[in-house]
Design a binder for this molecule. Structure first.
Ligand code: N7H
Length: 481
């Protein structure tokens, strides 16, 4: 089999590159599995069950696991026959590799992965472990992701129960946590998160076909697969790739966020309902309209209702003072679209921090965000985002974005302030650093406002590796351990 060039920018779904890796690569890495409901089972194998654990994994890989090639076939079938299939993913932690007896030189070697997410607590300014959900407080060996897309979770819950039963059989494993993701959509059929904003618009794209009908004059999302793939070190097979997988359960205090958003609107515009305030915190209006392009959510010169939730061809070149989109806005912090170039970094080096985001929201709500709940009807806990991302390096991608950009008061300029959505660390509402223009586009109207942040709280998480299909299928054979 020919070895492939991972650094080629964009591959074709029909091409030799994809064909030569797709059967042996897990799905959901190069493209989202797209199901609206998910279960995430976190577990630990029990002592003296190494052999049984390997047999379980081998059988799971042979009978369930969804490869990238299978995901494509399932998507075709869904498009043409509306028949949907379950999606299955399987991920191992560094402790999981140790339990399975994989020797150190055959384990994925990313340092952050080897130390586990708990090892990065101080670096990321994460909260104390005893505030995490109990299931995430101890060691985790592995996680199974199951996705399904019907309007209800019923079929998925049955499948989840069945797998949990198999894991518990004869004391094979202890189930530590089961988290459930359930997407919600706005009236334009775009996925939204609990603060009410369209999410998942901006992604690195790996397939040239994904860019059909998309303009890329100001931002080209096409990236090389080396952004998310590394050779699977556990198996000596050509073109066997895996990816590092970050999972973080991020709780959202919707009520306090929405109150603070409206206080900010009052402070900036004398109008607690003015949507520009929230748009400046996120960098996009609720419907996805980038605030650097428009002072209003609807703007017929830029997009109609159907396309507004997909706009991504923009950068901040015309907004160098942050007079439209503030420097601390969530999407400007987490993807500066060329801005860190002024700090001596090339555009390619900046882009190399990008990751494939695969999150889904969790938690039940009485009144959905688009149905305009009163403050009292908004949840303060038990809802949020199951943040997930795939990358080639946890340190250079997820951790870099969280630590060097979102948490960093001095990125992109000195005294910019933290990302008001996900920034972590010492923070006091009286510390006024975050700046906003009170007249859209007018740099002379920029002023500091009350500090905004701390409405998103980590409730637990872990770092995983998504191994190649062939490793999981042959895990029981003698060559590996
Ligand atoms: Fe974010 N939000 O609702 O405010 N995010 N995010 N995120 N996020 C994005 O453009 C949100 C989190 C990124 O390329 C949008 O896709 C919430 C973490 C990146 O322009 C919205 C939470 C990290 C982008 C949100 C959360 C990131 C992005 C706009 C937690 C990384 C793309 C939709 C509860 C460490 C930026 C879109 C770009 C977009 C929200 C978490 C990163 C609405 C509520 C932890 C890279």
């Amino acid at each position: 089999m020919p070895s492939i060039n991972l650094n080629q920018i964009g591959i074709s779904i029909e091409g030799d590159e994809f064909r030569s890796i797709a059967d042996n690569l897990q799905g959901n890495i190069l493209k989202s599995h797209g199901r609206g409901h998910t279960s995430h089972i976190f577990f630990k194998f029990n002592p003296n069950k190494q052999r049984e654990a390997k047999l379980f994994i081998q059988k799971f890989a042979e009978t369930k696991l969804t490869s990238a090639a299978q995901q494509e076939r399932d998507a075709q079938q869904f498009r043409y026959e509306s028949r949907q299939k379950f999606f299955f993913g399987f991920y191992l932690t560094a402790k999981g590799y140790d339990f399975l007896g994989v020797p150190a030189n055959k384990k994925p070697s990313d340092n952050a992965f080897l130390n586990g997410q708990k090892g990065s607590k101080d670096k990321l300014l994460d909260p104390e472990f005893d505030t995490w959900d109990i299931g995430f407080q101890g060691d985790i060996h592995a996680s199974i992701l199951i996705g399904y897309g019907t309007p209800s979770r019923e079929m998925l819950d049955k499948k989840t129960e069945k797998i949990v039963k198999e894991l518990r059989k004869n004391g094979l494993a202890t189930i530590l946590a089961i988290d459930e993701g359930d997407a919600i959509k706005n009236n334009n059929n775009d996925d939204i998160e609990h603060f009410g904003y369209v999410d998942g618009i901006s992604q690195p794209r790996f397939f040239t076909e994904d860019l059909n009908n998309v303009t890329t004059s100001n931002w080209n999302p096409l990236m090389p697969i080396s952004l998310v793939l590394v050779p699977d070190p556990s198996i000596a097979v050509d073109n066997a790739f895996g990816s590092y997988f970050v999972f973080r359960k991020l709780e959202q205090n919707v009520r306090e966020f929405k109150k603070a958003e409206s206080r900010l609107a009052q402070e900036l515009f004398n109008d607690p309902e003015n949507e520009l305030a929230g748009a400046m915190l996120v960098g996009r209006f609720k419907n996805g309209m980038p605030v650097t392009l428009s002072s209003t959510a609807t703007n017929s010169e830029i997009a109609n209702n159907n396309t507004v939730g997909k706009i991504n061809d923009f950068n901040y070149g015309d907004d160098t003072k942050g007079a439209k989109c503030p420097f601390h806005a969530h999407i400007r912090k987490t993807n500066p679209r060329g801005e860190s170039v002024k700090q001596g970094v090339t555009a390619e080096q900046e882009k190399a921090h990008t990751m494939a985001r695969r999150g889904i929201i969790y938690g039940k709500r009485h009144v959905l965000p688009q149905d305009k709940p009163s403050f009292d009807e908004m949840p303060t806990k038990d809802v949020g985002l199951l943040f997930m991302s795939f990358q080639a390096s946890i340190e250079k991608q997820f951790e870099f974005i969280q630590k060097q950009w979102a948490n960093n008061d001095d990125f992109v300029n000195e005294n910019t302030g933290k990302d008001g959505i996900i920034g972590q660390g010492s923070f006091h509402p009286d510390v006024q650093q975050q700046r906003y223009a009170t007249i859209h586009g007018d740099k002379d109207s920029i002023k500091v406002a009350q500090g905004f942040g701390k409405f998103v709280t980590l409730k637990g998480g872990e770092y995983f590796f998504a191994p190649s299909v062939s490793f999981l299928k042959t895990i029981n054979s003698a060559e590996i351990a």
